[in-house]
Design a protein around this ligand. Structure first.
Ligand code: AHR
Length: 517
């Protein structure tokens, strides 16, 4: 039997009231400002510089005899940009390069250092002029923590063990004495140490069972010297290979590993036929952002497996490679992975950092791939000049989240869709600094629509709001050597505070950091 439907007639004013409620509820953020407990490690905002293309050579290092302004061989402009960004750590020497790098080739008089072929990246000759001393002293100059990945794939336990002794031992020993003879009296006392890289692929094509055993052997001889306890990082899974995580955690005792490395690249199209960095339509734009956001799923699922073996969350996820990977720029060496960087990359960076923050209980570090002239670089250089990419500006914008307390929030967002792609238009992360300031990073991915977001600040009396924005005329806007500031960071004022209610008018295609006190 059919039920009879009652038709209700709403008075006009009630109807418009309900409609206005729905409209405001469409984009709404509720923040519980008094409820956080997890610290967002500043190391989530880390970087990665491999011997690849013009990342080290031409990017960071030009050598002391170069015409490019340098300080003892380090490029001045790049060094200053990294100091300004306050990068918390820098991973080196790879990537795939790490598993064919023999550290003893990179010490001593540069003129006497043997040369090698960089077989992974363009088959170019590596002259080893940038080695252990050059890297560790660079890290010191820019005030960042070094993170070294040792060679498991083509190295030996002895080689890795001696490298650590060379770097960290204070007393009298063959390696510490060699270091002194090479001009470095004091040990560098470094903490972060990776045992191989992508051992499932370029690092040796190992099975998880084989790598787990190798890890135990290498980690045994990766000694702690003096007061420095090594933070040992096991090589993790290929993207969504959850079996690798399961096998490693089943076979490596928790007291032998501190960190577990994961990698994920955002590839538009397929590996074989990747999209271009600057030429894309709105549907492809959403495809990129949707794929970047899969980081959340990946972290959730690997964490769930880790929770089974490590319920106290002792082992941290070290997400030491992430970012976009497009076709190389036309006319450049395919092995150098040089790509431009648009507002789309700014959105990828912002969404990814929001996701890492969300998983801060497990994620202890993340490293964008890579620093200069490679993949989703923060800096691009030529022979005379340097540009900061949109991704650099997002890292700059997000500084307040470093070491702040993650705050729980609830976001309701409208959707944006083009072709077969659909996503929520807004993406958010919220934290609280030590001085009580609430930090809200917000991404409006909509290419053309300004969105009014209502923010409810529960548990605080807001008095003061400041905001900054990274935006540009279009989703494919980017900076060039001729026009360096098409995408930049600027002050933002289009918001209204009314007691614990804040309305922010988010421009289309923008990333914001709103700070409330
Ligand atoms: O970042 C480029 C390469 O991507 C790294 O060398 C490797 O680890 C990964 O496959």
């Amino acid at each position: 039997m059919l039920a009879t439907k009652k038709i209700q007639v709403w008075p006009l004013f009630t109807l418009s009231f309900i409609l206005s409620l729905n409209a405001s509820a469409q984009n709404r953020l509720i923040i519980n400002t008094d409820q956080g407990k997890t610290t967002i490690s500043r190391h989530i905002y880390g970087h990665f510089a491999e011997h690849l293309g013009r990342n080290i050579y031409g990017g960071i290092w030009v050598g002391p005899d170069s015409k490019i302004p340098n300080e003892d061989g380090y490029r001045k402009d790049v060094m200053q940009a990294l100091i300004d960004l306050e990068i918390p750590n820098l991973r080196w020497p790879g990537g795939c390069f790490a598993d064919e790098y023999h550290w003893t080739d990179g010490i001593g008089n540069p003129a006497d250092r043997p040369k090698m072929v960089n077989t992974h990246w363009g088959g170019v000759t590596e002259d080893n002029s940038f080695g252990t001393h050059e890297f560790l002293n660079f890290a010191k100059r820019i005030g960042t923590e070094p993170y070294i990945t040792g060679n498991v794939g083509s190295g030996s336990v002895e080689e890795m063990s001696k490298w650590i002794e060379y770097i960290n031992f204070d007393g009298v020993s063959p390696m510490a004495d060699l270091r002194r003879r090479n001009g470095q009296e004091e040990p560098w006392n470094i903490k972060y140490w990776g045992v191989g890289n992508e051992s499932w692929g370029c690092g040796g094509n190992m099975t998880p069972e084989y790598y787990a055993n190798e890890y135990r052997r290498y980690a045994t001889f990766a000694r702690d010297y003096g007061g420095t306890k090594l933070y040992k990082i096991a090589g993790g899974a290929n993207n969504f290979d959850y079996n690798w995580t399961e096998v490693l955690f089943k076979n490596i005792p928790l007291n032998m590993m501190d960190g577990y490395s994961l990698h994920y690249y955002t590839v538009t199209g397929t590996w074989e036929n990747k999209g271009q960095a600057t030429v894309f339509d709105k549907e492809e734009y959403l495809e990129t952002l949707r794929k970047a956001a899969r980081l959340d799923e990946l972290l959730t699922r690997h964490s769930t497996i880790m929770d089974k073996y490590d319920p106290e969350k002792k082992v941290g996820i070290i997400f030491d490679e992430w970012g976009t990977w497009y076709q190389v720029e036309p006319g450049t060496n395919p092995g150098f992975l040089y790509q431009q960087n648009t507002m789309r990359d700014a959105h990828v960076a912002a969404i990814s950092l929001n996701i890492f923050n969300k998983h801060a209980e497990r994620v202890h570090m993340a490293n964008l791939a890579q620093t200069v002239n490679v993949l989703q670089a923060i800096i691009l250089t030529n022979e005379t000049d340097m540009i900061l990419t949109p991704t650099y500006h997002v890292f700059d914008l997000y500084k307040p989240h470093k070491d702040a307390t993650l705050l729980p929030h609830h976001l309701v967002s409208e959707e944006v869709s083009f072709g077969k792609e659909k996503m929520e238009a807004l993406n958010v992360s919220t934290s609280k600094s030590d001085d009580g300031t609430v930090n809200i990073s917000i991404v409006n991915i909509h290419p053309d629509k300004k969105i009014a977001l209502e923010v409810v600040l529960r548990g605080m009396e807001a008095k003061n709001v400041r905001a900054e924005i990274v935006t540009a005329p279009s989703i494919d806007s980017y900076n060039t050597f001729e026009k360096k500031n098409t995408v930049k960071k600027a002050e933002f004022k289009d918001f209204k505070l009314n007691k614990d209610n804040l309305t922010i008018n988010l421009p289309a295609n923008s990333v914001l950091m709103v700070r409330v006190k």
